[in-house]
Design a protein around this ligand. Structure first.
Ligand code: IPD
Ligand code: CA
Ligand code: CA
Length: 264
């Protein structure tokens, strides 16, 4: 497979899905919002964006499998090539009129993430990476920041179930707040990862995510020179259960504290 050609073709589809989302920004009625589980919202926009992606990406690799958040297609992760899709990451922001959300698409081949694309819809920025080829925002090469932990802005997120691991989460939050420059909770994991890749944020951590939240952004951070692991420094982050992404030195500080509060 020629990943460069696949990326070029797939970016057109990703942007198409993003343009659909943008057209509907601020237009979804309250009765069109479905509550999947407490605090987890979805609307026809997520589902239709996913359909646009699935049909476009199928025409690029006809026998690829899919792992998609909204399950608008049969999930088949046993193919050699698998697209991992979050059609709209940051749905809560989208539905509240906050312009921080993205389309996230990754391609996994034989168990390895080889392409990552995250489209910041409102900024019209496509973050992308091919394994071994660096990371980009549109045509510009990006890299993680080299600021020390004391000067770091760290992003995180909290589980939709607000009482999930609340004490451990608050302990880590307190540490970041008192030892780094500051902490942010933007609400779109895929984009948070790209902000780390682009050196705007110095670190990001979150638990209880899903593969589609981190597949593309994780590769983009790695290709931008960052370190991405689970809370114990291991490589299971693609499950989404736990992720820390940062430059090597900031990652070290974050991981040391986080692993104290979240035991393996
Ligand atoms: C969510 C966002 C959010 C994170 C949540 C995710 P969604 O994705 O990435 O930042 O904190 O845990 O589920 O539901 O908007 O696709
Ligand atoms: Ca998501
Ligand atoms: Ca989503």
């Amino acid at each position: 497979m020629n990943y460069q050609n696949i990326l070029s073709a797939a970016s057109v589809i990703v942007k198409d899905a993003g343009h659909f989302i943008k057209e509907h920004f601020g237009k979804v009625r309250i009765d069109e919002v479905i509550i999947k589980e407490p605090n987890s919202l979805v609307s026809y926009v997520d589902k239709q964006a996913e359909k646009i992606l699935v049909s476009g990406l199928t025409s690029i690799i006809p026998d690829a499998g899919f792992i998609t958040e909204e399950e608008t297609i049969a999930q088949n992760q046993n193919q050699n090539a698998v697209w991992i899709i979050d059609p709209l990451d940051g749905t809560t922001n989208f539905l509240h009129g906050l312009p921080y959300f993205a389309v996230s698409v990754a391609l996994r081949v034989n168990g390895k993430m080889v392409i990552g694309m995250v489209y910041d819809v409102m900024a019209d920025d496509l973050y992308h990476a091919i394994l071994g080829n660096g990371a980009y925002r549109n045509d510009t090469v990006i890299g993680v920041s080299q600021k020390p932990f004391t000067d770091a802005l760290i992003a995180t997120g909290f589980p939709y179930a607000h009482n999930d691991n609340i004490d451990a989460n608050l302990e880590v939050f307190k540490y970041m707040l008192t030892h780094a420059r500051g902490i942010r909770r933007y609400g779109a994991a895929a984009l948070d990862l790209c902000y780390v890749a682009a050196g705007k944020l110095q670190g990001y951590y979150e638990g209880r995510l899903n593969p589609w939240d981190v597949a593309a952004g994780g590769l983009i951070v790695q290709e931008a020179g960052g370190v991405v692991t689970d809370y114990n420094g291991g490589n299971t982050f693609n499950s989404g259960v736990q992720i820390i992404a940062a430059s090597e030195s900031v990652h070290k500080m974050m991981q040391k504290n986080i692993s104290l509060h979240f035991k393996a």
